[in-house]
Design a protein around this ligand. Structure first.
Ligand code: FAD
Length: 381
């Protein structure tokens, strides 16, 4: 580690963005990444059937903030791409967020007409409302529509996602989930919605391509980095350079306050000799046992060739040391309080800089992770 000015743990979006920033300011940066590839959860690669697939689940970049979009433009070409998603139950397909097509699909024509008219009148001038609003509407038909969706989709899907029973799902978890009052489709409303022209991995290759950045793959940082009495040690010697840590905070502190809860995912990879498996790249299957959704990669981005590669997604509890990765922080009052204890330990170590969805114990989208990395860079400066 001689001649290193900054050590970064983790080669995902946060670690790589900070590395580039420091490198451009003349600092020698070393990144330790325990996986055998760069890019963190955004890593993609071409599979044996020639399809570009995403190892850790479907990602499409969306942002409202032009500054964040322009940052991404510096290291890859991007193409406009509006993600469409859907759900399938009782053998019927509907786009999500649910819209008027949903009503036409699941209601007899006369009832569908009546319901759409009622929704249009009740929410006049509004393209969407949250499921929670619709669930608490005084009109019984309107409320009944949201209850139907809750029973058939939201409750069973969310229950599988978090490993609890559908009866335990509180409708308040849907307070940010929209219902559309039109035939409009598209998953996000953000101004910038793009996919990389080549790949996310290409974006990372360009981002990390700087003479001051050295990436070491397959390195478990915690085998060399330890914490004792408010100090960081590297191979046993006290650390005197900044260490940007993007891994899980409970792991860094040996789980002294117990393990932070995460959900894991298992992907079952499949290939079929057919042109299309499902109507949208990402489709939820709320009634199927075990899995939540399927991503068909030839549609994300569009890859026009015969056959189709797809991944079936099974949520599972995350246990440290097992093959699974910590994907989603389980955010409860108790877990946030537990995280705050770890954060207080981290704040006592001046050399330690935290950044990223694991280190911050937050569910960041890519634009939010990028924004967080840009903020941390300002602090480092
Ligand atoms: C299934 C799924 C779908 C998603 N879809 C979208 C989407 O469509 N749009 C969107 O905007 N965002 C999406 N996201 C979020 C996106 O993946 C994150 O915002 C982004 O990857 C966060 O980057 P990061 O650097 O914080 O974390 P990560 O990508 O997790 O990077 C952290 C890195 O640190 C490494 N590491 C951890 N501990 C150690 C250690 N001790 N030693 C060495 N290395 C270590 C890890 O191996 C990892 O590579 C999705 C996330 C998931 C899980």
């Amino acid at each position: 580690m001689k001649n290193t000015d900054v050590l970064i743990v983790g080669c995902g979006l946060c670690g790589s963005v900070i590395a580039r920033h420091m490198a451009e300011r003349g600092k020698k940066v070393v990144i330790w990444e325990r996986r055998d590839h760069i890019g963190g959860n955004m890593y993609d690669y071409v599979d044996e059937h020639g399809f570009l697939v995403q190892k850790y689940g479907p990602h499409s970049f969306h942002a409202r903030d032009k500054r964040l979009y322009e940052y991404m433009l510096k290291y890859e070409e991007w193409e406009h791409y509006e993600l469409t998603c859907g759900a399938m139950w009782d053998g019927k397909y509907t786009p999500t967020p649910f819209n008027f097509t949903t009503i036409d699909t699941f209601y007899p024509p006369a009832e569908a007409r009546k319901l759409k008219a009622k929704l249009a009148a009740a929410f006049a001038g509004r393209p969407t409302a949250t499921v929670v609003e619709v669930l608490s509407h005084p009109d019984q038909d309107i409320r009944g529509y949201a209850e139907f969706l809750f029973r058939n989709d939201y409750a069973p899907y969310t229950a599988k996602q978090w490993g609890i029973s559908p009866a335990e799902i509180d409708p308040s978890v849907l307070k940010r989930v929209p219902l559309r009052f039109s035939y409009g489709e598209g998953y996000f409303d953000d101004e910038y919605q793009v996919m990389p022209k080549h790949s996310y991995t290409r974006f990372f290759e360009n981002l990390l391509d700087h003479p001051n950045i050295q990436v070491e793959l397959g390195v478990e940082a915690l085998e060399r980095l330890t914490v004792r009495e408010d100090k960081l040690y590297l191979d046993g010697a006290a650390v005197d350079i900044p260490v940007v840590y993007t891994g899980a905070l409970d792991e860094l502190f040996g789980g002294v306050y117990g393990r932070l809860p995460y959900r894991g995912l298992r992907f079952e990879w499949k290939y079929e000799e057919r042109d299309s498996l499902q109507p949208a790249p990402v489709v939820a299957y709320p009634q199927e046992a075990g899995y939540t959704r399927i991503t068909e990669y030839k549609k994300l981005p569009v890859q026009d060739k015969p056959g189709t590669s797809y991944a079936v997604e099974y949520p599972l509890p995350y246990e440290e040391g097992k093959a699974a990765e910590p994907y989603y922080p389980v955010l409860t009052e108790a877990s946030q309080a537990q995280y705050a204890q770890y954060k207080a330990l981290a704040d006592r170590i001046p050399a330690l800089v935290l950044c990223g969805r694991l280190a911050d114990f937050k569910y960041y989208n890519m634009d939010q992770a990028l924004e967080r990395a840009l903020d941390v860079m300002e602090q480092l400066a």
